[in-house]
Design a protein around this ligand. Structure first.
Ligand SMILES: O=C(O)COP(=O)(O)O
Ligand SMILES: [Mg+2]
Length: 227
């Protein structure tokens, strides 16, 4: 096993480290119920997670036949956040193998950080409640950096905040936002097929696809060898 000292691995959060769709869609469905609309099924709505809360609301409302008009009803967004915070870890769990794999990568010297389109405060709350905080040098939501994914600046600045070198970084994600970020930043990308991607994983434009989180170290080794 190679030494990973000097390598930084930047993780997407929703759909990559944690299976958070049940709680996010739960909040979406409680809001739809208040507005008098039927819930959207988890199976058809999970691919909406990964582009931030506003995108989830806009597309989730559309899927239910409702209209998300934040300009007319700004209180709805605050309601979404309050409801989500109240339920943030009810059903959400790390994907299988996450804790052991992060420990193994850290033990080999890698710096780990998070680059997510979920707001930093919500991300830190969730990561704390799931007892994952010790793994990460920094958790960077879009509000902690100068631009949000798929802008490459999001992952570059997250890696720098973690004390790492973007020239020796790898992105790990589940959606087009992540592969786009990696491409824009000029860093390689591992795609997690078990996440919330909206197209088949091999069409996302990543460098390696993994079907289990535990396969990540081998994927990182393969990418670093290729470089
Ligand atoms: O959609 C979100 O809330 C953020 O999702 P991400 O962690 O996949 O970037
Ligand atoms: Mg994601």
């Amino acid at each position: 096993m190679n030494d990973l000292t000097g390598v930084t691995i930047a993780f997407d959060l929703d759909g990559t480290l944690v299976d958070s769709a049940p709680d996010l869609i739960g909040t979406l469905n409680r809001m739809l119920a208040i507005e008098g609309f039927a819930p959207v099924p988890l199976s058809s709505a999970r691919h909406l997670v990964g582009h931030g809360a506003r995108a989830l609301l806009r597309h989730g409302f559309a899927e239910a036949g409702a209209t998300w008009d934040e300009a007319a009803r700004p209180e709805l967004f605050d309601h979404f956040i309050a409801d989500y915070v109240a339920h943030i870890d009810h059903l959400t769990r790390p994907f299988e193998g996450v804790v052991e794999t992060l420990d193994a990568l850290s033990a080999r010297g890698a710096i780990l950080c998070v680059a997510t389109n979920k707001r930093t405060d919500l991300s830190e709350t969730l990561i704390g409640k799931l007892d994952l905080a010790r793994h990460f040098a920094v958790v960077a939501g879009p509000d902690r950096v100068s631009a949000r994914k798929p802008d490459g600046a999001h992952v570059i600045e997250a890696v720098q905040l973690a004390g790492g070198d973007p020239a020796r970084a790898v992105m790990v994600g589940d959606a087009s936002t992540d592969t786009g970020t990696a491409r824009n930043a000029g860093i390689p990308c591992v795609v997690c097929s078990f996440g919330y991607g909206d197209v088949p994983p091999e069409q996302l434009g990543g460098d390696v696809t993994i079907d289990r989180f535990a396969d990540l170290p081998a994927a990182v080794d393969a990418l670093l060898l290729r470089r």
